[in-house]
Design a protein around this ligand. Sequence first.
Ligand code: SAM
Length: 246
Amino acid sequence: MTGQAPAVSRRKRPAGVATTDVTLSAHIGSNADVFPLVLDLHVPRGSRVADVTWGKGAFWRKVPADAYQVHATDLQTGVDCRALPYADQELDCVVLDPPYMEGLFRRDVEHLAGSGSHAAFRGRYSNGAATEAGTGPRYHDAVLDLYLRAGTEAHRVLRNHGVFIVKCQDEVSANRQRLTHVELINAYAEAGFYCKDLFVVVRPNRPVVARLLRQEHARKNHSYFLVFVKLDPRHPKRLRAVSSNR
Ligand SMILES: C[S@@+](CC[C@H](N)C(=O)[O-])C[C@H]1O[C@@H](n2cnc3c(N)ncnc32)[C@H](O)[C@@H]1O
């Protein structure tokens, strides 16, 4: 016997609680169902948010009207997402959802996807105008070009550690698989964004394929919300914890 007191365990009790009440990465539903979850986890209430491809504002249908300071713009209302009317580093969050299908980037308006009975689709997903004639990128590269130029502009108007939410969907173009979400993650990383999160949205209904001859690729019934954080160029390795609304 040495008379010493018994050793006290110095192991820390783990913090936190066991729960299944967490935000999940994959959801069957609509953009309007998933977008509020993305905001809740990544964008503190009261933030100044610019949705630069507002369309019909469908993303915001289930977000409380007073939750954010929202600036809604679109090419249809005269604001190009590649030339935004904001000062450098003015915003906390930018939301981008341009036309994601190469069929919506054609030089002749007659050749735009979504004609005839699908006109409502075209109206919802594009500005209904043909791509400018000239030597610019075509087809899927035109899709990427718009995303990348808009990304450069978002980088300019976001403050350091601001959040860039990007909606996209992969596509098969000229019979080639183009994984748009991978292309964007890689390109935006070069531009100074860290891809912090990825949400998968699975549509609840089965897509119809018109004129199927032979199937070569799985028909896509999912899309993505990608969540990027603008890195501070002076401290590109530093990430700041965000106080989520959860
Ligand atoms: C997929 S829809 C956006 C739908 C929207 N997120 C919603 O919730 O209703 C694409 C939108 O991008 C717009 N658009 C296309 N090119 C644009 C550009 N260069 N700048 C800004 N908006 C653009 C179209 O007018 C269209 O409203």
